[in-house]
Design a binder for this molecule. Structure first.
Ligand SMILES: Cc1cc2nc3c(=O)[nH]c(=O)nc-3n(C[C@H](O)[C@H](O)[C@H](O)COP(=O)(O)O)c2cc1C
Length: 208
């Protein structure tokens, strides 16, 4: 089993990574493989050019979006971590996720795999940030993992994170819950529980 963790901060070793690292310790103790995908810069916005509909991947080459989607096909679960900027996720993770989810038709690399979002902040805006990230999961048939509190760690810099004792505990419990969910899915597969047979999307635009 493998979990792919995305660091949506420009700081490779910042607060977001401190929160993700707390989860990684649990994954590793439970024998779950991990890989951190560090978002690169710059990352272009989605252009809604439609190129992915014919090419099957994003036509823009920056940001490692297509590389990530290929890795996602092999992963069993996902964690998307971001710093809070003005009470929302980082611009880079928004642009990255727009392109990764939109270009991957039917979210084929993601669907039916557990996902969690993690927000870090000095003080406020974490809940709104988590809401924004969780929307990618809801539209992509991804079960959302929860913890013993909302998935947030407080700190201005990485060194502050361990002082948020409950935040770090929330990260560890989140990782435990993800491991449990992934194991349940493996057990279901072994028992022959089929994936749901989703209907083709009617794609109405509310225009008559
Ligand atoms: C542009 C910008 C906006 C920010 N907005 C907020 C905010 O709304 N609420 C907050 O608590 N912290 C805010 N912060 C602080 C960061 O969320 C905080 O320093 C975080 O720990 C950075 O994580 P990182 O080291 O992983 O990048 C902001 C920082 C920047 C650069």
């Amino acid at each position: 089993m493998k979990v792919l963790l995305v660091n949506g901060s420009s700081h490779e070793h910042g607060t977001t990574m401190a929160a993700l690292s707390e989860m990684i310790k649990v994954f590793e103790a439970e024998g779950v493989e991990t890989e951190v995908f560090q978002l690169k810069d710059p990352i272009s916005d989605c252009l809604q050019c439609g190129g992915c509909r014919t090419k099957g991947c994003c036509v823009l080459q920056d940001g490692g979006v297509n590389e990530f989607v290929e890795k996602a096909r092999q992963a069993d679960g996902f964690v998307f971590g971001t710093p809070v900027y003005y009470a929302h996720p980082s611009g880079r993770i928004f642009s990255f996720l727009d392109r990764a989810f939109y270009s991957n038709a039917g979210a084929e690399a993601f669907r039916f795999k557990p996902a969690a979002s993690v927000a870090v902040a000095r003080r406020g805006g974490t809940s709104a940030t988590l809401d924004a990230l969780n929307k990618y999961f809801g539209i992509s048939q991804m079960p959302v993992a929860g913890s013993t509190y909302w998935n947030m760690v407080h700190g201005r810099v990485a060194a502050d994170a361990p002082e948020d004792e409950e935040g770090m505990q929330t990260m560890r419990n989140l990782a435990r819950n993800m491991v449990w969910m992934m194991r349940c899915f493996v057990a279901g597969k072994e028992q022959g529980v089929p994936y749901p047979d989703s209907e083709n999307i009617a794609c109405t635009n509310f225009i008559r």
